[in-house]
Ligand binder design. Sequence first.
Ligand code: 13P
Length: 336
Amino acid sequence: MSELNKIALKIISEGKGILAADESTGTMTKRLEAVNVKSNEENRLNFRKTLFTSESMKKCIGGVILYDETIRQSAGSITIPELISQSGTVVGIKVDTGAKPLAGSPNEKITEGLDGLRERLKEYYKLGARFTKWRGVYSISDKFPSKLSIHSNAHALARYAALVQECGMVPIIEPEVLMEGNHSAQVCYEKTCDVIKKCFEELILNKIDLTGVILKPNMVLDGAKNIKKIKSEQVAQLTLKCLEESVPREVPGVAFLSGGQSEIEATENLNVINKANNTKFIMTYSYGRALQQSALKHWSLNIKDTSGTQKVFNHRANLCSLAAQGKWSRNLEIQS
Ligand code: 13P
């Protein structure tokens, strides 16, 4: 077993998943302002520290993805990476620098951040990171995602992954086909398959050790503006079919993004996916909003209420962990 494979399995095995706490300062500011909290360095740290010291970290959170600001912060005498490691959780870092208009198809996006990446990775490794994230983003319309966007983003993801593995870390490969639009789940299935297949074609060309990556895809869903919504069982069936057809067997696991689904939706869909999972891939979560939304809401009402906020977070993390094992049920959603 390679070192990278060991790290990947430590992050996603035994009902554990990933807490995506890597919102850029711009995105975190939007999240905090939406609940009427001022976005300053102290508040961003306080909320995140509250999550990182929660009881459920040990059992439910195998990895945390940080943003550049957070990986450099401290909590009293220890650094944030040290604090996270105390729970046995692996520290991760978002290393892309965001999605910009794609020259040649400016209504689509290309993710940037390859320049100087090798040097930045060495620094993040020294700061304690052992895995990384890079997100490519694709929209669905009659013309999109274009061949150019599918190809360019896959190429960037593969070059990123090669540099990350060279530095001894596990790359999360995140091709996110967005939910926006009124498309059907069948269209989402077709486009998601195209996108993921191209990513692996480029990863293989770039000689990536596939046992040392984690795929972070979207689930296959109807577009957010489509009034028709397929049931969880169909989400699971289409998602599993897509992954089985598109992901090489060597990949140890898949950690889904929540992408704008509600907490309960994201948990229920993951649960049904695991109940129906007859692939060899581990299927777990790498949620941002679907792990943090209720906790953030609770915290915003009283930012001194650490234990109350942690109780809300623990509840959600435990339910996600049950879903990652196919053991969730709706009646567990009710919190005492
Ligand atoms: P969401 O689960 O909120 O989609 O965030 C996951 C993520 O890391 C997006 O890049």
